[in-house]
Design a protein. Sequence first.
Length: 209
Amino acid sequence: MAAFDVARVHADYERHHGDRAPLFEALCRHIEPESVLYPGSHIDIAPSVAFDHVTYVDSDKKANRFFSDTGAVEELIRSKRDGSSDSFEVDFIHADYREPLDIADGSVDLLVSLYAGFVAEHCGRYLASGGWLLVNNSHGDAGVVSLTAGYELIAVVDSRAGTYQVSTSRLDDHLVPKRGGEPTIESLHASGRGIAYTRSPFAYLFEKQ
Ligand SMILES: C[S@@+](CC[C@H](N)C(=O)[O-])C[C@H]1O[C@@H](n2cnc3c(N)ncnc32)[C@H](O)[C@@H]1O
């Protein structure tokens, strides 16, 4: 069997999905989470470029193989960090995030939900009160969160040509359905896709109450 080359596999991934490090670097100028949880991460190690303690979770075999080569993953992350802090921790849990994870409730400062289903619903319990949730609308998770008590929208992240801007202005103009009628949590579950809103930022930043 051919050797699994972490750097090459990740370079292929980045070619298709883009480099998200600028997203987390932009976030890091607004929030300072000590611990980050990224369920449904696949091999997107971008949060580790900006944050020091990240736990990745995925049920995928290839993601497991990727993170199993701890040394190569750490070397890759180190090569992408600016060198300001060499002490960072990367954990990977090979699991279905809908099942209980070996993480204490309320112990995480930033939960990331990008293109991986209803992460916030299943993993919101791990988020500390006052912690942040970065979530996009691709699979409807942002819509579900906006309809769930206990989360306040505090910023949106806009993206243009590979750059990301965190904005706190005109938040009330967001999450307004384009076509009449509010979605429900049930309708979002049923479609598994986000509905169209009048504004479409790359992602939303909520604070857990
Ligand atoms: C489309 S990829 C997105 C990967 C990454 N979040 C990104 O934005 O590039 C979705 C990932 O979520 C994972 N995933 C989906 N449902 C999952 C579940 N219930 N438990 C664990 N991983 C899951 C898949 O295995 C896949 O790696």
